[in-house]
Write a protein that binds this ligand. Structure first.
Ligand SMILES: C[S@@+](CC[C@H](N)C(=O)[O-])C[C@H]1O[C@@H](n2cnc3c(N)ncnc32)[C@H](O)[C@@H]1O
Length: 328
């Protein structure tokens, strides 16, 4: 029953996160009626939501319909260091939840559930739905921050001069790498609307003087002359043919002794406990991409003119898949 009602749980957590209830409880316990007044909710219905969430350890109910935070609820606070607030919101939003509702169609047709549901690919949808795009970008920043710390710890960036982060979002990974490597310069490449929103983040992280943004489309071209090209959770969004197209554009731009560094989950063998296999289903629903095995990455690299050198595990669930351009 826990598994078959998983969608109820995700939706309930998403609504509590969206209403900002965990933030409102940061200073201490409050009654459901008080929280309802502040969030424009129906008091009894909000009480029922919070009561249900106590059964899975999100919130604790005290006397007189008061609720307080638990360690799980702390993770839904905006300012929690390991916050999952926007990830929780995103997973319950129509653009995500609605697309998962069409998983059956995707499994039957081999198509992309998102596109079948909304009529456009997800990143195009974001162009005309700024609020969904905002939630997505925040969720990416949250979900990837632990991965970013692990990548900086696991890989030696000191041999490089210029690192180019392709599809780098708001520059969280690039900033972490630049902060840990004070001589390195960085280029943040992403779609125009995304890099536009990145400038304040780079300034706030103190790396704006060593980093510039470059708007563009990685299916057309990427900035030239970098000696390390990082793509963190980008390639898993795309089919093999699309991925090869992106990687070939990097092959054209990279210095001969440069390094290609994909940060992705690398799928384990049959039956292994592996969150990556559900993350892979999410790709089937949302983008038509997928998570890959080491052998599948090796084939992508070969098709795009790279040699896969090694897979470097990190403390997170993602690994660094290091490649070098093959001389032509
Ligand atoms: C899953 S996010 C990964 C973000 C970031 N690398 C991270 O680890 O948080 C994929 C990124 O690819 C970018 N992207 C999608 N299509 C693109 C395109 N055609 N050209 C450049 N960037 C693109 C998106 O805007 C988004 O920031």
């Amino acid at each position: 029953m826990k598994f078959v009602t998983g969608a109820w749980v995700a939706q309930a957590i998403s609504v509590a996160a969206k209403l900002g209830i965990p933030d409102l409880l940061a200073a201490g316990a409050r009654t459901a009626a008080d929280l309802a007044a502040q969030t424009n909710c129906h008091p009894r219905s909000l009480y029922r939501l919070l009561r249900a969430l106590t059964t899975i350890g999100v919130f604790e109910e005290l006397a007189d319909e008061q609720f307080q935070l638990t360690p799980l609820a702390e993770l839904l606070r905006t300012d929690s260091p390991h916050s999952l607030r926007y990830a929780a919101i995103m997973l319950g939003e129509n653009h995500h939840y609605g697309a998962w509702g069409h998983l059956l169609g995707a499994v039957q047709s081999g198509g992309i559930a998102f596109d079948e549901t909304f009529g456009v690919p997800v990143f195009k949808y974001f162009d005309s739905h700024p609020e969904a795009a905002r939630v997505f970008n925040h969720a990416m920043t949250e979900l990837s921050s632990n991965v970013h710390i692990a990548v900086v710890d696991a890989y030696d960036f000191t041999p490089f001069e210029t690192i180019v982060d392709i599809g780098g979002g708001h520059g969280a990974l690039l900033s972490a790498i630049l902060r840990a490597n004070p001589k390195l310069r960085g280029v943040l490449f992403d779609q125009p609307a995304v890099v536009e929103g990145a400038e304040p983040h780079l300034a706030a992280r103190g790396v704006a003087d060593r980093c510039h943004t470059a708007p563009g489309d990685f299916f057309q071209a990427v900035p030239e002359g970098g000696d390390a090209y990082v793509l963190a959770t980008v390639i898993h969004d795309w089919t093999d043919d699309q991925s090869v197209e992106i990687l070939r554009n990097i092959r054209r731009a990279i210095r001969p002794n440069g390094r290609l560094l994909l940060v992705e989950q690398v799928l384990k063998g049959p039956n292994a406990e592996d969150f990556g296999k559900f993350a892979d289903l999410n790709m089937l629903v949302m983008t038509g991409g997928g998570e890959r095995t080491e052998e599948e990455f090796r084939q992508l690299y070969e098709r795009a003119g790279f040699e896969l050198l090694r897979v470097i595990p990190t403390r997170s669930s993602s690994a660094i898949i290091e490649g070098a351009p093959v001389a032509t």
